[in-house]
Design a protein around this ligand. Structure first.
Ligand SMILES: NC(=O)c1ccc[n+]([C@@H]2O[C@H](COP(=O)([O-])OP(=O)(O)OC[C@H]3O[C@@H](n4cnc5c(N)ncnc54)[C@H](OP(=O)(O)O)[C@@H]3O)[C@@H](O)[C@H]2O)c1
Length: 283
């Protein structure tokens, strides 16, 4: 049986991927932070999954938990690692506390480096094991810098970079590395950020950030269904030659065009979008 390791399977993209991969015959090693989530998932999926409990920002616990499942990987190795666990820490760069900024980097970037390196031998840097896949759940925020989501954008840009570098370094082992770059997807990530901008309302950015919760509502309402990400994961796993990146967006062509717009024109476009008070991003 092929084994897939997914971080952050309590809800959203991670939970849906776990469900779909189990239905497709994979054995899933998943990580959550809370005992209740582990119990719920193990109750539902029985011996088709093994759930580890660790916070990805805790290197020691991460190492211990991953070490506990290495015996399961000794025979066939790991078919795929899906680096999914992530958060968005919002706020203007000027006002975001250094601890919050560091936390964002720890969850979305540093932990992925730590977890990937712990599992790489079983993905094929140890030639005893066949080459596997790494799928990083990045974001359109790894491609486009939206104001007031700076720490999240910086973290996802770093993840895009990490994806390219791992892919280029690991090609000699035959290990395939792809990024999935979703635009808004209907998951809990949106609700978790409601009210988080309130502490900046008394600042010079207050008049813009007063509509932050409306932006969240709009993104959630217009988001794509989470199943589209699981479809993409299965497409990657079934492909002998997966693409390096998969942009998943309602208007992919328009979004791609943003790359070709000169910076200053884009700045003006963002200013116009902000004036409408319903989004931080022009597309
Ligand atoms: N939804 C979107 O619109 C969207 C768009 C682009 C990219 N993404 C990316 O997709 C990934 C999954 O997000 P989602 O939308 O599915 O949101 P979600 O439902 O909030 O799921 C996030 C998952 O990450 C886990 N997690 C967060 N911080 C963690 C930590 N410190 N240690 C361990 N686990 C942690 C969460 O666990 P808890 O339940 O314990 O919090 C949860 O399982 C993220 O990397 C996100 O950046 C999402």
């Amino acid at each position: 049986m092929k084994t897939v390791f997914i971080t952050g399977v309590s809800t959203g993209i991670g939970f849906d991927a776990l469900q779909r991969l189990v239905a497709d015959g994979y054995f899933v090693l998943g990580s959550v932070r809370k005992k209740d989530d582990a119990a719920r998932i193990e109750r539902e999926f029985g011996d088709k999954v093994k759930i580890l409990i660790f916070d990805v920002t805790d290197p020691e616990n991460t190492q211990q938990q991953i070490a506990s499942v290495i015996p399961l990987l000794k025979d066939h190795g790991l078919h795929c690692l899906i680096n999914n666990a992530g958060q968005a820490v919002p706020g203007p760069l000027q006002l975001i506390e250094p601890e919050a900024f560091e936390y964002q980097m720890n969850v979305n970037v540093l932990s992925i480096h730590r977890i990937t390196n712990l599992l790489l031998p079983y993905l094929g840097t140890d030639k005893h094991y066949p080459p596997g896949n790494i799928i990083n759940i990045s974001s359109v925020s790894g491609l486009f810098n939206s104001p007031y989501l700076g720490s999240y954008c910086i973290s996802k840009h770093a993840l895009e970079s990490m994806t390219d570098i791992y892919r280029r370094e690991l090609q000699m082992f035959g290990i395939k590395v792809s990024a999935i770059e979703p635009g808004p997807i209907k998951t809990q990530i949106w609700k978790k950020n409601k009210g988080k901008m309130d502490k900046f309302l008394d600042s010079p950015y207050g008049s813009i950030l007063a509509s932050a919760d409306k932006v969240i509502d709009n993104n959630e309402k217009n988001g794509l269904e989470v199943s589209i990400i699981s479809d993409t994961i299965l497409k990657i796993l079934r492909s002998a030659d997966p693409k390096t990146r998969y942009l998943i967006h309602k208007k992919p062509f328009k979004f791609k065009l943003l790359k070709w717009i000169p910076d200053k024109t884009l700045d003006k476009l963002i200013q116009k979008t902000l004036a409408k008070k319903d989004n931080f991003r022009p597309v």
